[in-house]
Ligand binder design. Structure first.
Ligand code: HEM
Length: 279
C-alpha cells in the first residue's frame, strides 16, 4: 500500500533521476549564487536601477544565445522533451523591459561585460558540439526564474518604485498558470531524456558550470557598478571647495606653535599696557 502510494506521488522522483541529481550537484553553487552581492541586493530590497538595467543587458545576451541554440536544436532527442518556447521563452520580455528603460534605441546602448560574453560563447559552443548539455543550461535559468524569480520580481518592483509590471516583464510567465505544477512537468521531462552514463555526467558537470557562469556574470556586473560609483565619488570629492583639510594642512599644530604663543602674550601685554596708560 505504502509503495503503491509512493509510485503515485505526483513527481515520482528517484535518486537516479536527472532532476534530482542535478539539484543535488548544484546545491552548493545555488547557495553561492544567492549570496553574490547582486543577488543579496535583491533579497534585501536594495536593488538599484543601474544594477537592474545592467543585469537586463546581460540577460538579453544570455537568453539570445540560449534560445537561439534551443530553437536550432529543438528536434534533438535530448532537447525536444524540455523545449517549451511558448511557456518559457524570455527574449521578447527582456526586449520589452530594455525598451522601457533605455528607449527605442536600446540596442545601441546594451553593454556586454566580459563574463557575459564567456557565458554566451559557451552556450554557442555546446549548441554546436554537445546539444544534450543545453538541458543543464535551460534548467539553471528557467527553473531559477520560475522559483526565486517570482519573489525577486515583487522585491524589485518595490525597491525601484516601478508602477504596475512596467520594466518587469522578464519575471512574468503569462503562459505558466502554476509555476510549481510546471516545474513538476519540466522535471519529469528532464527525467525522460535518454542519456548514456558519460552524457549524464557531462550534463551534471555542465549544470555546475552554468551556475558558475552566472555567478561570474553577477560579480562582473557588480565590479563594473562599483568602479562607476567610485569614479563618481572621486569626481565629487575633487569638485569640493579647497579647504585646509583637503590640502592636509596640520591646523592643530599651527594653533599651538611657540611663535603664535609668544605673539599672543605680547599682544595681551600691549593691550593691558595701553589700558593702564589710558587710565
Ligand atoms: C536572490 C537569489 C535567489 C533566491 C532567493 C533563490 C531562491 C530559490 C528558491 C526558493 C527555490 C525553490 C527551491 C525548491 O523548490 O526546492 C529556487 C530554486 C532554483 N533556483 Fe534559485 N534563487 C536565487 C538565485 C538563483 C540563481 C542566480 C540561479 C541560477 C542562475 C537559481 C537557480 C535555481 C534553480 C535551477 C532552481 C530549481 C531547483 C530545483 O528544483 O531543482 N537561483 N531558488
Amino acid at each position: 500500500m505504502e509503495s503503491e502510494r509512493k509510485t503515485q506521488a505526483p513527481e515520482q522522483i528517484t535518486d537516479r533521476d536527472l532532476s534530482e541529481q542535478i539539484k543535488k550537484v548544484t546545491k552548493e553553487n545555488h547557495v553561492r549564487a544567492e549570496n553574490t552581492e547582486l543577488m543579496l541586493s535583491f533579497q534585501r530590497g536594495k536593488v538599484t536601477l543601474p544594477q537592474y538595467k545592467l543585469l537586463l543587458c546581460s540577460l538579453y545576451e544570455i537568453y539570445l544565445a540560449l534560445e537561439e541554440e534551443l530553437d536550432r536544436n529543438s528536434n534533438h532527442p535530448s532537447v525536444a522533451p524540455i523545449y517549451f518556447p511558448t511557456e518559457l521563452a524570455r527574449l521578447e520580455s527582456i526586449e520589452k523591459d530594455l525598451e522601457y528603460f533605455y528607449g527605442p534605441d536600446w540596442k545601441e546602448k546594451v553593454a556586454v561585460p566580459a563574463a557575459t560574453k564567456r557565458y554566451c560563447h559557451r552556450l554557442r559552443q555546446i549548441g554546436k558540439e554537445n546539444p544534450e548539455y543545453l538541458v543543464a543550461h535551460a534548467y539553471t535559468r528557467y527553473l531559477g526564474d520560475l522559483s526565486g524569480g517570482q519573489v525577486l520580481s515583487r522585491i524589485a518592483q518595490k525597491s525601484m518604485g516601478l508602477k504596475g509590471g512596467e520594466g518587469l516583464s522578464f519575471f512574468a510567465f503569462p503562459g505558466v498558470s502554476s509555476p510549481n505544477l510546471f516545474k513538476q512537468l519540466y522535471r519529469s521531462r528532464m527525467n525522460s531524456v535518454e542519456l548514456t552514463e558519460e552524457e549524464r555526467n557531462g550534463v551534471l558537470e555542465e549544470a555546475v558550470r552554468a551556475f558558475e557562469l552566472n555567478i561570474q556574470v553577477f560579480d562582473d556586473l557588480q565590479k563594473m557598478l562599483n568602479v562607476t560609483e567610485n569614479e563618481q565619488q572621486d569626481r565629487l570629492t575633487h569638485s569640493k571647495p579647497i579647504t585646509a583639510k583637503t590640502l592636509q594642512i596640520p591646523t592643530m599644530v599651527n594653533s599651538f606653535s611657540p611663535i603664535r604663543m609668544v605673539l599672543g602674550l605680547f599682544l595681551a601685554l600691549a593691550t593691558v599696557s595701553v589700558g593702564i596708560y589710558a587710565l
